[in-house]
Design a protein around this ligand. Sequence first.
Ligand SMILES: CC(C)[C@H](C(=O)O)[C@@H](O)C(=O)O
Ligand code: SF4
Length: 467
Amino acid sequence: MAQTLYDKLWDAHVVHQESDGTCLLYIDRHLVHEVTSPQAFEGLKLADRKPWRISANLAVADHNVPTTDRSKGIEDPISRLQVDTLDENCEKYGITEFRMNDRRQGIVHIIGPEQGATLPGMTVVCGDSHTSTHGAVGALAFGIGTSEVEHVLATQTLLMKKNKNMLIKVEGELPFGCTAKDLVLYIIGKIGTAGGTGYAIEFGGSTMRGLSVEGRMTVCNMAIEAGARSGMVAVDQKTIDYFRGRPYAPTGALWDQAVQYWKTLHSDEGASFDRVVEIDARQIKPQVSWGTSPEMVLAVDERVPDPDKEKDDVRRSGMERALEYMGLKPNTPLVDIKVDRVFIGSCTNARIEDLRDAAVVARGKRVASSVKQAMVVPGSGLVKMQAEKEGLDKIFLAAGFEWREPGCSMCLAMNADRLEPGERCASTSNRNFEGRQGQGGRTHLVSPAMAAAAAIAGHFVDVRTLR
Ligand SMILES: CC(C)[C@H](C(=O)O)[C@@H](O)C(=O)O
Ligand code: SF4
């Protein structure tokens, strides 16, 4: 029978199935970070258990690490304790960890594929919702909670029920000035933050095939913002080329064998999906979120919506509340909104292609004097090195951007990088909830080019006009 990519990945990992459909699923790769692992390790200790397959784990500290000079360690005691605890646990069990000063350190979802620790065909989990990112390479990847982290450490398996299959089919060429980020924001604007609930989403169609592997990661990263725990993209030649020579990728005969298998990782002709959503990429314009949910997003040439025009009571009050929090007046053109800070980073948009996109806009320009801070935070030490090799750091620094050390940084307020109450930020991250980037902070989600353009102008700009 014709199978979807999700069916294939699922079936290949079922160890045991109960009559009610609950499956015991084998987990190939477990990524570990400092926020969701301490209680899991503690639970293991209390139960007198040990991690079952040490080599399946790869750990890194990302949420709590400083992005400035690290030679003095971590100032905040809670952050320091979390990172120290991860170091101790990994040391104790012999789990590979890229420590804070290792140049391979970075955001867990950036380093997984970068190292080839995430590979096509794998089941990949991490105690982090944006684990969906890894599905971009034809893996089944999803976030888990702390008790599941403990279960995976102890058994290398998880108990789960299968989701439904959803295909988001995107056709046509992305217009000039539009990126994978604009595409995924547009999709979430269309289907809503609950649109994918209960589904595993496969992103397919000619637009997805046309994206680079990194662009596909940006899209799958935000599958969770569309309500789905996992997003995935079929393997193609680009995926295979991406992994050649990566540190954890197979070599020699094992590589050839792996590639043979990877080539089967796509939905079969005629495979049936429970839901199909069709998206015309040619309709997409650069996106800016205006509210406090990723679905509150519009094209940059539009205006802040007017709740008075909304007939649905629930939606109207949601809009009113969002506009109040965001400090925005209905009908304001989005390009008139001024920003206080700009953040280019996060597991959505801190890979090398993202930094290149931002650098094209920043080259030879200056950050507006009204902007308090504009920072570029590479997703990993290796992304940083590559960017420096290409001279991107010089472009950013000359333009007045800060060039930081890798980590989650201002994506969420768990480290020193955060917004002050009332500050407005153009951010390349994935969440714009109230307080996400700092208490009272106001987040607008955009692409790297749009963020850089906002930094230069001091307000949002339609990047299509910058030719
Ligand atoms: C801290 C972590 C558990 C959390 C997540 O699960 O996604 C964080 O990474 C986020 O982006 O909100
Ligand atoms: S960069 Fe942001 S979204 Fe990604 S793992 Fe870190 S905190 Fe979560």
